[in-house]
Design a binder for this molecule. Structure first.
Ligand code: CMC
Length: 428
């Protein structure tokens, strides 16, 4: 018997099947042959929330959740965060290799020269209510870019795809910054091509009447590191949406908008905003034990804790904690840090969290840095969407060029009624 196989006996029929095991997986389609009769559809796998289903083969991001390891294209996240810029990492994620000097130079030039929005898009954004949530504005505006670049629908044309990828990476900070300026009633600031990616973003957010905005280099670097940490995370909820919508051959603007919509949820990218609200609600260190007890009693969750994949420290959370110290040297201490540290300390000693392997995730500390840098909580998820756009696009491109991929279309177990007699209105 071949070693790399799985032998299954169907006790309904006493038939035995031998299924190949490749890379630690068996193919769900191999189950289809397991049938009780000729007209039986065949066995399916039932996996709500995709707890144990690999939907693709990917060579972009590696995670070992038990050991707390994260690598982009084989490079440890710690080293990338320390030694690269975000655009360098974006190149790595999209093209598979770190750029050499001239490749990086022209890549940065290209992205920088795609930061402008068409005036009609700016006007489109002006139409939102004064109190629109920046994430709602971002999702809708990115979708609206589909109308500005109708040629983006040619998703099988590699050159065309690359053009849209550059546009999206270039324009995300502009859309994000304008959504912020809109929510505070300030005039929009146009991009400045002399500035680096994070500096230009800060410029569009905070430039007032000064002729040239000068970003604090420590804060700009901290933002760039946060962008690196958020750039990709393999098949998370929003990335699965990107692949799923993209598999129907929707254009990249619409697919990114759909992915960003998924990201906005409080169980996903929206968690960073919720962490800040939670820390506000807790208020002082003395209130922490009672808050934790409430969570243990089933009233809400400890936001920024737990992860589907990490059952150990999220390696990104560790880097963020270090980055926070550098930021606080510039901005002064964020009093919320004290509460967060104490919350983490108590939770990590608590049987409830130990048993369930619940550790702080990327969102636990990112919000505290963002707030210290000067971002409003409503902007936190938008800050997540900017770099994750790179991951979405890398995964989208991989999906489109994978000959095994088709339109994404799960099966269901139908539990409703069948073949009912229609009831006319007068009998209901
Ligand atoms: N606080 C308290 N209990 C928790 C938490 C938490 N943050 N997370 C999970 N649990 C409990 C959960 O109630 C369950 O307990 P029991 O076995 O008694 O029913 C157990 O731990 C297993 O949790 P689960 O809900 O089955 O785990 P999941 O993999 O479905 O959910 C998660 C993962 C991230 C949605 C969840 O941990 C959560 O809601 N965390 C808070 C929100 C958050 O921080 N999200 C950001 C995730 S990281 C970045 C990102 O993806 O954007």
């Amino acid at each position: 018997m071949e070693v790399n196989t799985l032998t299954v006996t169907d006790n309904r029929t006493d038939q035995t099947y031998t299924l190949p095991i490749v890379d630690g997986t068996v193919r769900s389609m191999d189950m289809r042959q397991i049938r009780t009769s000729d007209d039986d559809f065949g066995l399916m796998m039932y996996d709500p929330a995709f707890m144990n289903t690999a939907s693709c083969r990917s060579n972009i991001t590696y995670i070992d959740g038990e050991r707390g390891i994260l690598e982009y294209r084989g490079y440890p996240i710690e080293e990338l965060a320390e030694r690269c810029t975000f655009l360098e990492v974006a190149y790595l994620l999209l093209f598979g290799e770190l750029p050499n000097e001239s490749q990086l130079k022209s890549w940065v030039y290209e992205i920088t020269h795609h930061t402008m929005l068409h005036e009609t898009t700016r006007q489109f954004m002006e139409g939102f209510r004064y109190d629109a949530h920046p994430m709602a504005m971002l999702v809708s505006t990115v979708a609206a870019l589909s109308a500005v670049y109708p040629e983006a629908k040619h998703v099988h044309d590699a050159e065309n795809r690359l053009q849209q990828i550059k546009r999206l990476i270039g324009k995300m900070p502009t859309v994000a910054a304008m959504s912020y300026r809109h929510s505070v009633g300030f005039p929009y600031v146009y991009p400045d091509n002399d500035l680096s990616y994070p500096e230009n973003f800060m410029n569009m957010l905070w430039k007032m009447v000064e002729p040239k905005y000068a970003a604090n280099p420590v804060l700009a670097r901290a933002l760039d590191i946060l962008f690196i940490l958020h750039a990709d995370h393999e098949q998370n909820c929003s990335t699965s949406v990107m692949r799923s919508v993209g598999s129907a051959l929707a254009d990249p603007y619409l697919s990114v908008a759909a992915a960003a919509a998924a990201l906005s949820g409080p169980l996903h990218g929206g968690a960073n905003e919720e962490v800040l609200r939670m820390l506000d609600e807790i208020g002082t260190k003395e209130n922490i034990p009672a808050y934790i007890q409430r969570v243990k009693n089933g009233h809400g969750k400890l936001m920024g804790f737990g992860h589907r994949v990490y059952k150990n420290f999220d390696p990104r959370a560790k880097i963020i904690k270090r980055t926070a110290e550098e930021v606080f040297r510039v901005t002064g201490h964020n009093p919320k840090l004290e509460i967060a540290l104490e919350l983490e300390r108590i939770a990590l000693q608590d049987e409830y969290f130990i048993k369930r392997k619940l550790y702080p995730n990327v969102d636990f500390y990112s919000g505290i840095i963002y707030q210290a840098v000067g971002f409003k909580p409503e902007l936190f998820t938008v800050l997540f969407a900017i770099p994750r756009t790179v991951g979405w696009l890398a995964q989208w491109q991989e999906m489109l060029t994978d000959s095994e991929q088709k339109i994404s279309r799960p099966r269901q177990v139908y539990t409703g009624q069948r073949s009912r007699r229609f009831v006319p209105m007068e009998e209901r």
